[in-house]
Design a protein around this ligand. Structure first.
Ligand SMILES: Nc1nc2c(ncn2[C@@H]2O[C@H](COP(=O)(O)OP(=O)(O)OP(=O)(O)O)[C@@H](O)[C@H]2O)c(=O)[nH]1
Length: 314
């Protein structure tokens, strides 16, 4: 007798640039508690930064010691899912992190492919919303489309927002998406019970998806790499100059001040942070930064000119 193959539920994680999606996915992977989770992370530039933040490792599939795996979405989502479903052991849950500039309804439509739906039905759409942003930010068309698709909304960065701001944001979310459950996600923590099904045999209902709207290229991504090290005070000055034009930036680099180890740089919601990263990988450029801006806000020449001034002399 052939063993029954259980469907593998999919959790889709949406949210605006820098909202905290990777932080939620990281938390899920780090607290998998025996669940074999496969995470598909989105890489928005030529540089594979998300995967590195998750596992401290690079290229393609990363296996974690707790049985979870992680891969970047390269090209076709359906093909990536088919590859994951063929793995032995098979994942029990799949988490897909969408790009911060994606309308999730496009991905939901793809996931309703009948073959994929049978094997890996979309269980939950989670939208991560930055609690430090003003509630009016939810009026943005892209954010609205992300909220509209959500079953669960996770408020991120609640540690940085006061009670009044959090309540106002919750209210604004409820107005736009009354059907969603809204929870606080402190440093990426969302209760697993809200994201994964209790009954593995129950198939989720197919979803209504709004008709496809023509895609508009609203953001552009500019990647900058160098083999030279960053001079930190110069970078801080440069980011101050570029920040008003940026929707998001993140990077990994070695600094003159701390040679031999990487620094992780993040700019999200207008807030820049630096954190310690792992060891540099031989053969990989010392400085890798991805900048995302609204179309036309920032030119490649401007990035080049500003960033050239931030690295040590050659
Ligand atoms: N203080 C605080 N910082 C957070 C929290 N969640 C996320 N962050 C920070 O916010 C920044 C962006 O978080 P990410 O998880 O990378 O955001 P993202 O949505 O995956 O970003 P993109 O994929 O680039 O759109 C990082 O510097 C995180 O450390 C939180 O709950 N509290």
């Amino acid at each position: 007798m052939q063993a029954q193959i259980l469907p593998v539920p999919i959790l889709l994680v949406a949210g605006f640039l820098g909202a905290g999606k990777t932080t939620v996915v990281n938390h899920l992977l780090a607290h998998a508690e025996g669940r074999r989770i496969a995470a598909v992370v989105n890489d928005f530039g030529a540089i594979n930064i998300d995967a590195e933040l998750i596992a401290g490792s690079s290229d393609g599939v990363v296996s974690l010691s707790n049985g979870c795996i992680c891969c970047t979405l390269e090209g076709d989502l359906i093909r990536t899912l088919a590859t994951l479903l063929r793995r032995d052991p098979r994942p029990e849950f799949i988490v897909i992190e969408t790009s911060g500039i994606a309308d999730p309804s496009d991905i939901v439509r793809n996931l309703m492919d009948p073959v994929i739906w049978k094997e890996a039905p979309l269980e939950t759409v989670l939208c991560v919303v930055d609690a430090t942003q003003p509630p009016a930010a939810l009026n943005d068309a892209l954010l609205r489309s992300q909220l509209r698709a959500a079953d669960v909304v996770a408020l991120s960065k609640v540690d940085l927002a006061d009670a009044g701001a959090r309540a106002a944001m919750r209210e604004a979310i409820r107005t736009q998406r009354p059907a969603a459950v809204v929870v606080d996600a402190n440093h990426g923590e969302v209760p697993a019970a809200l994201l994964f099904p209790i009954d593995p045999d129950r198939m989720p209902e197919p979803r209504d998806v709004t008709p496809r709207r023509p895609a508009t290229d609203r953001f552009e991504t500019l990647s900058w790499t160098s083999d030279r090290r960053i001079v930190l005070p110069r970078l801080q000055q440069a980011i101050g100059k570029l920040a008003p034009k940026l929707a998001r930036a993140k990077g990994l680099f070695e600094t003159v001040e701390q040679p031999g180890r990487l620094t992780v740089f993040q700019l999200a919601g207008g807030r820049a942070t630096l954190a310690a990263g792992g060891a540099p990988t031989p053969g990989v450029p010392r400085t890798r930064i991805v900048f995302i801006a609204e179309m036309g806000a920032l030119s490649r020449a401007e990035i080049d000119a500003v960033m050239q001034g931030c690295v040590e002399a050659g």
